[in-house]
Ligand binder design. Structure first.
Ligand code: SF4
Ligand code: SF4
Length: 333
């Protein structure tokens, strides 16, 4: 059996994946756990923590590997990972995302940046930074970022067998999603090769981000009354930008008839309306723009628009002006 390159005092090599719902972190953790434990003969465990929403809420997946003779008696989240996998750059400001990283940590991030640029974005003290443009790979292969990141995990780890991961990609997609096996294996192969890696010493540029437990903030003295919303209306500030998987709807304003059908199917009230005069000179509600901070990129609105006024575009190829103003005119598409 392959040896683990490094372990903590309990004998574990520990991996933490940080993501939000909709990017396949839970499945990636499951595939990785199975590849190591069932495929390669390590002992270990895997579990995920996630919220009730399908998209947009924080997801963490934890994987532990140890020698086959070591007993697994720990079931808590991974706080000081040997490998940290960040599924999106847009979640970097999440408190505690980098906590517990150190000199021995390999931080893999889905980013088009170089490792040195990524270090500055993360303000990481030290360790190995591996960047891979998993979103671009996923868009090009019509898959998701999770299998590209699994490829980079295998390459950067130095001990996880890519063939074992491929085996468990096939098994997990199974007969039901057999049409997704080939594109996902291709995505995996690209993640295995298309990455950049660099080690950074602690040069004093950024401080350490040790793991710390905040403790209980609420108790019997200050617990708010159950069922009471103390801060109503906060969803107006909720930014779902990070939930998008590479695609956005673009509103072609000159074609739109303000029929309102897109608004019926949008789960997040992204469409901005106001009273005005329509193209036929009648007074009514006019569609002004899409509020992209609320758009999770489900693209349901595109399917329903019978006037082809909404089109799907790859987000990173779209002119920033479209995202700023919330609509497009033909010259911006
Ligand atoms: S469904 Fe299409 S035409 Fe109707 S309001 Fe929405 S974008 Fe405009
Ligand atoms: S893609 Fe369309 S329907 Fe989906 S959240 Fe965005 S605006 Fe709403």
């Amino acid at each position: 059996m392959t040896d683990l390159p490094i372990t903590n005092e309990m004998g574990f090599y520990e991996i933490r994946m940080e993501s939000i719902g909709g990017f396949g972190a839970n499945l990636a953790g499951k595939i990785l756990g199975e590849a190591g434990i069932l495929g390669m003969g390590f002992n270990g465990s895997n579990f995920s923590s996630y919220g009730s929403e399908k998209k947009g809420s924080p997801v963490k997946s934890f994987i532990r590997f140890c020698d086959a003779n070591t007993t697994v008696r720990v079931n808590s989240p991974v706080t000081e990972p040997h490998m940290l996998v960040i599924f999106l750059e847009t979640i970097l400001d999440t408190p505690g995302l980098l906590s517990g990283t150190g000199n021995d940590t390999i931080v893999i991030i889905n980013s088009a940046s170089s490792p040195s640029e990524a270090r500055d974005k993360m303000k990481l003290q030290c360790g190995t930074i591996v960047t891979v443009d998993a979103m671009k790979i996923a868009v090009e292969e019509k898959t998701r970022v999770n299998t590209a990141l699994l490829g980079t995990v295998a390459a950067a780890s130095g001990f996880i067998d890519p063939e074992s991961i491929k085996d468990y990609i096939r098994k997990n997609l199974g007969k039901k999603y057999s049409f997704l096996i080939e594109p996902n294996l291709k995505t995996f192969e690209r993640g295995l090769k298309e990455y950049q890696s660099q080690f950074f010493e602690d040069d004093g540029k950024y401080p350490a981000q040790p793991f710390k437990r905040d403790g209980q903030k609420l108790g019997y003295m200050n617990q708010p009354m159950g069922g009471v919303i103390l801060t109503p209306g906060t969803t107006i500030h909720k930014d779902l930008t990070a939930s998008r998987s590479g695609y956005i709807p673009v509103l072609l304003k000159d074609k739109c008839t303000s029929c309102g059908e897109c608004d019926i199917v949008c789960p997040d009230y992204c469409f901005d309306w106001s009273r005005g005069i329509d193209k036929k000179g009648r007074e009514g509600q006019i569609l002004n723009k899409i509020n992209y901070e609320h758009c999770k990129g489900c693209l349901r609105c595109i399917e329903i628009c019978k006037f082809n006024s909404l089109i799907s575009r790859v987000e990173y190829e779209t002119d920033n002006k479209v995202l700023e103003v919330g609509y497009s005119t033909s010259e911006l598409v």
